[in-house]
Design a binder for this molecule. Structure first.
Ligand code: NAG
Length: 202
């Protein structure tokens, strides 16, 4: 294992820390917003501005995480099996697919839909079912994971594959918190809508 991944490099652990921190941070921030309106209060009661600020923060944290991931890989050993032309070429379609998934889902959801707007009470009119949501259930997460893997293969670094595994685990944990919440909040709206319509009918 030591020839595959150099665990003595502090940069590896910085990368681990940012990969773990980001989804943890946005889930805690979003829950605090939902329950206590923490971010909306910071923005003088304007939830849309609060959501935009969270979006900028999450986006920036993502850039920082990617930076430290690349820094960490620079100080990790390459492996001959990952340094073949085939492995390098396989990175290209992965990278392309990953970026298409992330960018098209951002386009389909918009800023508030992408960055946890539902926790701010900013809901989509209808759940988005168009591409890429008709090919995968979590295009943003799967796309991001593919990009991590592509970078690892492109640079021939087993440590990158390991860190991609950590990304996969962190996203799976994040979805365990986010998916039931999203389902709950849209159901709640549906019920309120039914109640209002029921009243009208009487
Ligand atoms: C997904 O939707 C797009 C249009 O938004 C369509 O072109 C494509 O064929 C659909 N794919 C599947 C697998 O349904």
């Amino acid at each position: 294992m030591s020839s595959l991944v150099d665990f003595s490099q502090p940069s590896l652990w910085v990368s681990v820390a940012t990969i773990v921190f980001n989804p943890t941070f946005w889930n805690i921030a979003a829950r605090q917003e939902y329950h206590n309106k923490v971010i909306t209060r910071l923005f003088g009661g304007n939830s849309r501005n609060g959501c935009y600020a969270l979006a900028v923060t999450i986006f920036s944290l993502g850039i920082i995480r990617d930076y430290f991931y690349n820094e960490a890989l620079s100080q990790q050993p390459s492996h001959p099996l990952l340094s073949t032309q085939l492995s390098k070429l396989s990175a290209l379609p992965l990278f392309l697919t990953g970026n298409i998934l992330v960018l098209t889902s951002m386009y389909a959801l918009g800023v508030t839909g992408t960055y946890l707007g539902d926790y701010f009470g900013i809901l989509m009119d209808t759940p988005v079912t168009s591409f890429p949501f008709n090919v995968t259930d979590a295009p943003m997460y799967h796309g991001s994971t593919l990009s991590f893997l592509a970078t690892a293969l492109w640079r021939g670094k087993p440590a990158g594959v390991l860190l991609t595994g950590l990304v996969t685990i962190m996203y799976a944990i994040a979805r365990r918190f986010e998916d039931p919440f999203t389902t709950m909040i849209y159901k709640k709206r549906e019920k309120e809508k039914e109640r209002r319509e029921g009243k009208k009918g009487n």
